[in-house]
Design a protein. Sequence first.
Length: 393
Amino acid sequence: MTRAHGRELRGLPSVSQPDAPFGRFGRLFGPPEQYGERFEEFAEALAALAETMIAREFDEKDKKGEKRYPTICEEELEDENPTIPAGYTYLGQFIDHDISFDPVSSLQAENDPNALEDFRTPRLDLDSLYGRGLADQPYLYNQDKLGEFLLGADRKAAGRAPRPDVPRNAQNVALIGDPRNDENLIVVQLHALFLRFHNAIFNALTNRHQPTPDRFAEAQRLVRWHYQWIVLHDFLPHIVGETMANKVLNPNGQPNLQRYRIFPPPYPFMPVEFSVAAYRFGHSMVRPTYALNQDVVGPAEGIDQERFNRIPLFTADSPRLFPRANLNGFRPIPPGWGIDWSFFFKGLPPPARQAVRHACTANAVPVLPQPSYRIDTELVDPLVRLSSRVDPI
């Protein structure tokens, strides 16, 4: 029996069409060529710009003989932004990983944004958390409690609530929807927080008499709604200010967008001007050092004890040899290093002053939550030296 190759399969029109699993990149403005510049000239200009952005804080302090960096009880009036707690730096990183991922293009070659595929959707749908779902990526989920995410070993500080790591395989590679969320020991714990939030929603707010896929979909929908609310009503006003947020998100619910036009209409795109330029403002918010909880406050083994009063974000010290020397990622969270989120966000009860194990608390009150650094044109030293200092496991 023969069948015409061009004939439509029976029943195909009645099958619902899923959302596109990936997004796409595009431009808000024209390509560089229209401005009369070439790629090499842009590369040189960007290199010169990058050089002016290096704060060189470590080097400057060393030259002045100031080898001591501020404690958790001290403010840095020149560098800190007291209106934006440090947690928003890493919430911003988490959001970035949810809306944009380009593992294909290269910095060493010209790339056409219109031909690049965004391996994330720009819909704030937490595909970086959920991956491709229960059936396609079952290793992300607890097979003993279907519908829940797997969680890793508990890393809580003494006397604190559970703080699990993300699940990891036998080689300590994180089993998560986006590998970039293991880049440092702060963003990976934010990822774990969302895993726990999903599990709590799944167990408390879904109907146990419904099939697991239906319960999972309902929990996923609720988690996404809460996450989207956080982005619109908490993260965005903190970053751009209430006035600008209200101007763009006007009361009638239709965003007031000046240049962004979706074409074709069903499929929004990720502007490269946003993903690789404007949204990089978060790098200037990064602090060089952080305290994580009442116990993990000061420096640890493997680093200059006289220099640091908090844990450096990145250093050259190998996590294999000195697991408590830095916040380098791509490795298990050290025991006791579970984050107390009152150190990073407002509205949470902080530990008692006497409980914070740093000598400075004998005479002063800890500054909590720790502020982010100012949104400006400078990058702290650890980011400048990142490429040669991170030692993944």
